[in-house]
Write a protein that binds this ligand. Structure first.
Ligand code: UD1
Ligand code: CA
Length: 438
């Protein structure tokens, strides 16, 4: 961690271009809000991270506190509320903050692709280091005006002249300032512009006019893409997904058609695992030496030495070990060890042990309308097809359950459980019922 670096993350904007009631920075990429990533990467470089909030501040703050409780408690992260009424804009957002360290890095919070390794490149003795994107079209960004090879100023799209609009050099929106310079010059900003806002970008022109050192740092859109709309959100997520999948592929995971696979931040995959096309892995799913087949979804569960799918849904709290799960099987809080459940089952709030076979269409009836109850099934149990297990219920080892049974009581070791309504067969009834001739 850098000893002399403070970081300010600007997250107070309304994000109107997102066309959403949810604050922009809470929109998710790979399962986590955009602001989560800005904070996560910042903490790798600094012990003094200030997050500036205003629009729906308490909602944003609560969300971040849930992810970074320890860092908030130890003062590494501080939340401040911008005086947005009097000082709107990215410059206004930084006013009133006193960074602890000699250098201050200012980040927009709508850049979920930033990485600490890229931010480290801002280290310099210059009074300002500013990030620059060379783009095909700089539409949506502030333009960097360069004359005779030197930066002159940054012009916002809404303030730009016709010729300035055609500039393809954009301000990426990340700056490192000498903290002293920042504190001395923020009060000098004005709002004489199209948006009547205090722009942080005006500090660049002020430094140039004062003959202070300015270092433009060319960065890539791959890492510094700004997200202002849902189109850009989806584009950023594709880049983010590719990064996650690339890391797992390098670590030895086999993926069939990786572009069709979705893996959230926080997922772990170990050993020799295979993910077929259309697989979705969510939250803290952990896959160890397992094969997840086409179009299956695994959420917040551990799967070890097992195969799952195609088209299976493993819901939170499941733990599958040495287990075979076939098509159209749903599990939730299911602890399965050495189990086979090949087809069409719901296994919720249950524990099933070694050598047990779950027949097609088996259902754990875990919910009585008010509470959830548990089903426990021992070893080497044969559960016939279309069995309903009405929880709470325990099936001991070595039990045989006949097909189509509804199990409402515990079954002791070695027993047969069978429920049967007597089968009637009435010859010729079809013809009588439909009034047809045989
Ligand atoms: C800003 C830059 C622009 C740059 C672009 C890069 C300014 C004036 N413009 O424009 O040159 O090309 O980023 O993505 O800085 N925010 C606040 N308080 C406010 C307004 C904004 O905290 O009063 C925060 C927002 O939450 C956001 C960030 O600052 O995270 C940037 O704001 P946004 O409105 O997206 O700025 P851009 O118009 O994209
Ligand atoms: Ca922006």
């Amino acid at each position: 961690m850098k000893k002399n670096l403070s970081i300010i993350i600007l997250a107070a904007g309304a994000g109107t271009r997102m066309k959403s009631s949810l604050p922009k920075v809470l929109h998710k990429i790979s399962g986590k809000p955009m602001l989560y990533y800005s904070i996560l990467e910042s903490l790798k470089l600094s012990d003094d991270v200030t997050v500036v909030l205003y629009h729906q501040a308490s909602l944003v703050q609560k969300s971040m506190e849930s992810y970074f409780k320890e860092e908030v408690d130890t003062g590494k992260i501080t939340f401040v509320i911008q005086d947005h009424k009097n000082y709107p804009g990215t410059g206004g957002a930084v006013m009133g903050i006193t960074p602890k360290h000699e250098k201050t890095l200012v980040l927009n919070a709508d850049m979920p692709l930033i990485q600490a390794s890229e931010l480290e490149k801002f280290e310099s003795d210059a009074v300002i280091v500013m990030s620059v994107l060379e783009l095909e079209s700089a539409d949506g960004y502030g333009r960097v005006v360069i004359e005779n090879g030197s930066v002159v100023k940054i012009v916002e799209q809404k303030d730009a002249s016709e010729s300035e609009l055609s500039i393809c050099t954009a301000n990426a929106g990340i700056y490192q300032f000498e903290t002293q310079f920042l504190l001395q010059n923020l009060p000098k900003l004005n709002n004489n512009n199209a948006q009547k806002e205090y722009y942080i970008t005006d500090l660049v022109e002020m430094a140039i006019n004062a003959n202070l050192s300015l270092k433009p740092l060319i960065v890539s859109e791959e890492n510094f893409k700004g997200v202002n709309s849902k189109v850009e959100l989806s584009q950023a997520e594709v880049i983010h997904q590719n990064r996650i999948k690339h890391e797992f592929l390098k670590a030895g995971v086999i993926m069939r058609l990786p572009d069709t696979i979705y893996i959230e931040h926080g997922v772990e995959i170990e050993g020799e695992s295979v993910l077929e096309n259309g697989v979705t892995l969510l939250e803290n799913a952990k896959i160890i030496n397992s094969h997840i087949k086409t179009n299956s979804m695994v959420q917040d569960s551990v799967i070890e030495n097992s195969d799952v799918g195609p088209m299976a849904r493993i819901r939170p709290g499941s733990y599958l070990k040495n287990t075979h799960i076939g098509n159209f099987v749903e599990t939730k809080k299911a602890h399965l060890t050495g189990v086979k459940a090949g087809h069409l089952s719901y296994l919720g709030d249950c524990e099933i042990n070694e050598g047990t076979n779950i027949g097609c269409g088996t259902i754990t009836c875990n919910y009585d309308g008010i509470n959830k109850h548990k089903t426990i099934i021992g070893k080497n149990v044969f559960v016939g097809s279309d069995t309903q297990l009405v929880a709470p219920v325990t099936i001991e080892d070595d039990v045989l359950i006949a097909a189509g049974s509804t199990i409402t009581r515990n079954v002791h070791k070695g027993s047969l459980a069978i429920t049967r309504a007597p089968l009637k067969i009435i010859a010729g009834y079809f013809y009588k019922f439909f009034g047809k001739k045989q």
